[in-house]
Design a protein around this ligand. Sequence first.
Ligand code: TYD
Ligand code: MG
Length: 452
Amino acid sequence: MSKSKTIYVCDACGATSPKWLGRCPDCGAWNSLVESLPMAASANTRHTAYAVASHAQDLTAVVSEETPRVSTGLQELDRVLGGGQVAGAAMLLGGDPGIGKSTLLLQAVSHLAQSGPALYVTGEESAGQVAMRARRLDLSSRGIRLLAENNLEQILAQAQTESPAVLVVDSIQTVFSDALQSAPGSVAQVRECAAQLVRYAKRAGVAVWLVGHVTKEGTLAGPRVLEHMVDTVLYFEGEPGNSFRIVRAIKNRFGAVNELGVFSMTDKGLAEVDNPSSLFLSQHAQPVPGSAVLVTQEGTRPLLVEVQALVSPSPLANPRRVAIGLDPNRLSMLLAVLHRHGGVPLFDQDVFINVVGGVRLNEPAADLAVVMALLSSFRNRPLDAERVLFGEVGLAGEVRAVSRAGDRLKEAAKLGFKRAMLPAASRLERSVGGIKVLQVDKLGDALDLAFD
Ligand code: TYD
Ligand code: MG
């Protein structure tokens, strides 16, 4: 009996199994295994093409080459990429449908095409729609070749003849390979097509952009699998109803991660925002309870962000805990610390946290501001509107140092803040750049001084 060649791949972690299982033995996800083609079967022929004989050498003898960068014409995007686009890099741009991924790449490609031919593959929109958008945005279309195609083999063949310097595939979920039976967008297809395109990028030295839609759970379809295949993973974020958009590097082999690029969506496409510090503060005429301002450090840039909290008595047996822009687990932890070390019991309260402007706070330095916003809402007393807060709160109720406290304060001073509360361990002067510094090392002290 001939053996079936199919294997099963976990769409959460990418682990493979020869037979279907209800639960992934690697990551424990339920019902996540999907049918796929074995990668190993043809691996030998696939990889020999660029396997060169290697030998060890002294690290001192290695000549390091600066990777040449090509500007995308958008400085905000260049910075997130680590200084511009690199030839031969495979980049993934993920985001919700309608957030502006196609717009961003069309703008970038229009500039990139001036220094080398560009091939824009559109699987979602027709060539006419893309052309119409380029015209509406007043973009130069010189040097941009357009291909409306979903078939991977066709795309690669066209790329071979066109030999572009940059290839955009919009989106990877619409591309399918003849080698697989499954539908476009399925994990197997996305994985296989992305792998082939990444190989093409490396072999031909072409910068390849893959556009990927994020699913409801916030991951790219099939997605963790894609993240480790490519060199750079960018997420395009923003809130519906708000024109600001943030590009964030989650992974970058050619630059720093967590770097942010800020754009605003206008009727002429995406406009760069070079000084975004004050964007994420809502302007209150009067100080309001539940609002705290922190300085977060995203990549190389400090950013002032407002955290809003609403605490109200809950009619439910299990009060609600909702966090937008903050990890819900972090919120649970802070509520427990607040109860245990601050004596503020919120177990019978509904708790909502919102970070203004669709920013996602990933660093623990936001803890102090979250705790203070919670306290302020619970007590129904506004915090000092001219004070910024930052510091990590530990499980023992201590306020721990955060990186680059001085830079954060300078940014706050620029925007007119007068006072700051921050960890004593930062060891700053009592006054930095005109800001009066209040240093705390325990959560209890911070709470006592909250309304001073
Ligand atoms: P798009 O780039 O098509 O999003 P994606 O590729 O991520 O799905 O952007 C679509 C949205 O952007 C759409 O709702 C309209 C808006 N938009 C503008 O507001 N101004 C513009 O100039 C353009 C091109 C789009
Ligand atoms: Mg699109």
